[in-house]
Design a protein. Structure first.
Length: 214
DNA sequence: CTCCCGATAT
DNA sequence: ATATCAGGAG
């Protein structure tokens, strides 16, 4: 019984992935970065903030402070000024300042490549860690953000808003090689069509697979 | 669960 | 006015 329902989800997921890949052939990370460190910082900044705004902030920030060593020359307060417009600037600047210190003292300025090590870093939860693993190091990670949470629930692939549970469920359903791409596809679709609180179901390419279609 | 929090669209 | 934006920490 559980096996049958899992297989059904895997089959339905193949159709959904096929549709999404066809609709968003160039789907990829929309944060701008030139190194694993920059991606980590940009992803921390992206909490409850549009990527567009993060890119505006990091454009100037990474131009003047491109490395962990350069950025660490700034105080928390100075970092806070640079990232102010992304919101939560107090928490984020505190995380980034401490992040720089730990990366330098413990990792010789490099970015660790395991979930456990990344997750211990300030401001770095599983979502951020998986973004870095997948996009900077090509290590497949299931990123569960606001779009993935919303759309996988609407599609009834999962029935929970617990990010870890969603991650575990999706890892069973989505092919391993597509884990990183999957979040990018859903983010693209969430921005273009399956928009929070006003989904454009009439224009949705997934409508025939969506139990929540209006 | 609550708090952190500015920018933007509706 | 209100909801939402590539969440994380306590």
């Amino acid at each position: 019984m559980p096996l049958e329902s899992l297989n059904n989800k895997k089959i339905r997921m193949r159709y959904v992935l096929d549709k999404l890949k066809n609709e968003y052939p160039n789907s990829k990370c929309s944060l701008n970065y030139n190194s694993p460190f920059q991606l980590l910082v940009a992803t921390i900044l992206s909490a409850q903030c549009t990527d567009e705004r993060v890119n505006k902030v990091t454009f100037n920030m990474f131009k003047n402070y491109p490395t962990v060593f350069k950025l660490n020359e700034l105080s928390q307060k100075e970092i806070g000024k640079l990232i102010y417009s992304t919101g939560f600037y107090n928490n984020k600047s505190k995380s980034i300042k401490k992040l720089c210190e730990i990366l330098i003292s413990k990792y010789n300025g490099e970015i660790p490549k395991t979930m456990d090590e990344l997750h211990e870093l300030p401001g770095t939860g599983r979502k951020t860690a998986n973004v870095v693993l997948g996009n900077a190091f090509n290590i497949p990670g299931m990123v569960v953000d606001t779009h993935v949470t919303r759309i996988t629930n609407l599609l009834k692939f999962v029935k929970t808003i617990n990010a870890v549970k969603i991650e575990r469920e999706l890892e069973k359903i989505v092919p391993h090689e597509d884990w990183t791409l999957f979040s990018h596809l859903l983010i693209d679709h969430g921005r273009a069509t399956c928009i929070a609180n006003r989904p454009k179901c009439q224009d949705c390419i997934l409508a025939e697979y969506c139990p929540s279609k209006k």
